[in-house]
Design a protein around this ligand. Structure first.
Ligand code: N1C
Length: 249
């Protein structure tokens, strides 16, 4: 007791994990001026704290999505699968597309790890279940829920960057396949433009069989297009603001 009181007096934290995550969360959140970051943090914590870290369903984040809803950015929304670095190298430099990581929730949670524990109010940032250890882990459920909400507001001409250097660019177990694509609604989404990112050692092109599966799962009435674009072309376009967004590929 004496040590705890001394610790509190000296300002030593009893919950270093909680404090660190909260600090990162609020620092990143502050870039989005119109939101109440303290409130959003409290709503976020409610989703998983005190719960078995293998039993947090995506619905647990419904209140969080309601607290920081996604705004549609018609014709500018960019989805991706297995191309995280290429996409963000590009979107960080050019204001052409909006990815989930450009929104408040996506940017605040990007790269972070978190979980709770049954019977505890503590937040952990290490020792949490990995992506595939159990399906309903707090991190995976967050990305599932946020991706669903982001796809729900998709509208106009939508883009998706897929990886042309792997055998199955449209991976059936990806969030893009299981959550996002199936939510594109033909009353809102006019077309899907797949940007297949190729490298010198190109493995796949737009005739890849997995892209046939993609077209089958796309809501009837949404036009489909696939463009092979080399990674160097994407990098060049990122580096040259003179090239108009529509002229990159
Ligand atoms: O499973 P994926 O790709 O198809 O998911 C990507 C897809 C994107 O369109 C995003 O809208 O789902 C959304 N999304 C993220 O925005 C995101 N940011 C960081 C999904 N996952 C995201 N992450 C992390 O990337 C996540 O923690 C997990 O580890 C990967 C999934 O990427 P993937 O398999 O390449």
């Amino acid at each position: 007791v004496v040590i705890i009181i001394l610790g509190v007096v000296l300002g030593v934290s009893l919950r270093p994990n909680t404090d660190e995550l909260k600090q990162t969360f609020t620092d990143r959140c502050k870039a989005f001026k119109e939101y109440d970051c303290e409130k959003i943090w409290d709503v976020f914590v409610q989703a998983f704290v005190g719960k078995d870290p293998c039993n947090v369903p995506m619905e647990a984040y419904n209140p969080l999505i309601d607290a920081a809803p996604f705004k549609p950015a018609c014709n500018r929304m960019m989805f991706w699968s297995k191309t995280k670095n290429v996409v963000h190298d590009f979107t960080d430099k050019r204001d052409c597309y909006v990815t989930l990581e450009d929104t408040l929730l996506g940017s605040v949670m990007d790269g972070l790890n978190w979980c709770g524990k049954e019977g505890s109010q503590e937040i952990f940032t290490t020792g949490c279940p990995g992506w595939t250890d159990c399906e309903k882990n707090p991190v995976r459920s967050f990305w599932n829920r946020a991706s669903a909400a982001f796809a729900d507001v998709a509208c106009g001409d939508v883009s998706a960057m897929l990886n042309g250097s792997i055998a199955t660019p449209f991976s059936p177990s990806s969030i893009f396949a299981t959550i996002e694509l199936v939510r594109f609604n033909s009353t809102r989404v006019k077309s899907l433009n797949v940007v297949l990112v190729t490298q010198k050692t190109e493995v796949t092109d737009c005739t890849n069989p997995s892209l046939k599966d993609l077209q089958k799962e796309l809501d009837q009435g949404i036009k489909y297009k696939c463009t092979e674009v080399s990674e160097s072309r994407i990098e060049a376009c990122g580096a040259d603001p003179q090239i108009p967004c529509g002229g990159c590929w």
